[in-house]
Design a protein around this ligand. Sequence first.
Ligand SMILES: [Fe+2]
Ligand SMILES: [Fe+2]
Length: 193
Amino acid sequence: MVHPSIRIIREEHAALATLMNAFEKALLSGPGDQPEVFFDGMRAMLFYVDEFPEQLHHPKESNLLFPRVARLAPETMETIVLLEKDHATSESAVRELQHLLLAWELMGESRREAFVETARHYIRFYLAHMQMEENVIFPAALRVLSDEDWRELDAAFATNCDPLTGQYKRNPAFDRLFARILMHSPGAVSGST
Ligand SMILES: [Fe+2]
Ligand SMILES: [Fe+2]
């Protein structure tokens, strides 16, 4: 049986990877003759990757999963330090992208390359981050966590809320935003709009 906590993180990773792919497709398509639609879509995507991981995804990893794994599998410590650094910097990286997007929109083509290059770098960075969690942290967790650890972790994840703080409950507004972004992104399945 797959532990619910691992399943939830995998599902969130899959959603974020889908969004990153849509983001990359939109970058390749460019604004064409519908710049307003393009920039609105880009803004929505950046808003989502700014808020969703910060509010709902990283806290579960940083507060619930990583500390248990670090304690029981100290060999993962180096990776966890890197992942925590990514969590700490990803918000400012998205803020920089939001600024670069605005620069492109308001200042024109001369600012396009800076946004596209930084966005491509961010997409690679984020996909690599999720891969590292799945390839290093998940196997270590499955190896070292006890049944009781899993019970506690799964219980905390099931309510999507830290029992100690009661924070970061699921927010259906993110699900709606996610669906809207994908419906309007280039290459969306026809008839889905
Ligand atoms: Fe993470
Ligand atoms: Fe993650």
